[in-house]
Ligand binder design. Structure first.
Ligand code: ZN
Length: 227
């Protein structure tokens, strides 16, 4: 059994489907099974059934059914890998051993983006570093609450502020380049920050995760906007 399926089995062994689904759907015990109103279609009489013995669910109305992973994917509209990760997290099961997976690379990219977003925010509110950017916001009547809500940040007017942070934290530089945060120098001589002296607008996905950045220059740098 590969690591992937063994983790799947491990999670299944630790997680009870009635308990898991019960967090999202009100279930009532009926004989051997539990029933509730189906979260996947609209109904007045419960036809959504959870079978604890077989650890599966089935809806007699819309015919949806499966195990905890199917439920999680359908209910939260995520991929199988994300479902695996979310459930593992919830039950404190370590899945870091899963390597070479696209999902893991994506998770690392998100982590890098979060780190950058947090660094840029910190710079915006730094008394010295962020002074110019905060003045810019004030002039445009963007108040603090709005700036914070949007997660705005500031990329300092230097070539290596984010690069140094990533090096210090042993971040995979290749991924930071893929994320569009660093640019490789031609001579293969390290990298430099892509965003410099720019007001930073993080771009969020529907789950509130930072998936990219836009930057508006505060100087004469071109282009005015960088994505
Ligand atoms: Zn249904």
């Amino acid at each position: 059994m590969d690591r992937y399926s063994s983790i799947k089995e491990e999670i299944k062994g630790m997680c009870d489907i009635v308990e898991l689904i019960g967090q999202f759907v009100q279930l009532k015990k009926t004989g051997k099974n539990y029933v509730g109103l189906c979260p996947f279609h609209s109904e007045k009489d419960p036809s959504f059934t959870v079978n604890p013995e077989r650890q599966i669910f089935h809806c007699f109305g819309c015919k949806k059914g499966g195990d905890i992973f199917t439920f999680w994917m359908e209910y939260h509209n995520v991929s199988f890998f994300e479902a695996l990760k979310d459930i593992a997290e919830r039950y404190n099961i370590d899945i870091k051993g899963l390597s070479g997976d696209k999902g893991e690379e994506r998770a690392k990219l998100l982590e890098i983006n979060e780190m950058a977003a947090s660094f840029y925010r910190q710079m915006l509110y730094d008394p010295v570093e962020g002074k110019k950017a905060r003045e810019y916001l004030r002039k445009r009547n963007i108040d603090d609450a709005v700036a914070k809500e949007a997660g705005l940040g500031y990329a300092p007017d230097r070539w290596d502020s984010l690069y140094k942070l990533f090096l210090n934290r042993h971040i995979d530089i290749r991924l930071a380049i893929n994320a569009g945060l660093l640019v490789e120098r031609d001579a293969g001589d390290g990298c430099y920050d892509r965003f410099r002296n720019r007001l930073i607008f993080p771009i969020f996905d529907i789950r509130g995760r930072v998936v990219g950045f836009g930057g508006r220059t505060l100087g004469d740098g071109m282009p005015k906007y960088l994505n």
